[in-house]
Design a protein around this ligand. Structure first.
Ligand SMILES: [Ca+2]
Ligand SMILES: [Ca+2]
Length: 92
């Protein structure tokens, strides 16, 4: 009976320690999509990448697929606001 209780505790502790690890794999590895120049942080340079391609679409001379963050084939205020929202964030 006592042995069963100890195993139950060990199993509970194991689950408690393993669960956060299982859930952390994806958020930690997820790249910062608004870090457009890939330097590990979202700052004015990334805003500039969207700014340079602003108003463009596929086939346009200034089109930059990386700046189309929401993948709607338009570089507009939506993409700019997404970068602005992540401003100051760093890649974990
Ligand atoms: Ca950046
Ligand atoms: Ca877009």
């Amino acid at each position: 009976m006592e042995r069963k209780a100890i195993w139950g505790m060990v199993l509970t502790l194991l689950i408690i320690t393993m669960l956060p690890m299982a859930f952390n794999i994806h958020p930690v590895r997820a790249p910062l999509v608004t870090d457009l120049n890939g330097d590990g942080k979202v700052d004015g340079k990334d805003i500039a990448v969207v700014g340079l391609a602003f108003g463009s679409y596929p086939g346009h001379e200034r089109w930059n697929p990386a700046a189309d963050i929401n993948h709607d084939d338009r570089i507009d205020g939506m993409d700019l606001s997404m970068v602005a929202r992540d401003f100051g964030k760093t890649d974990p």
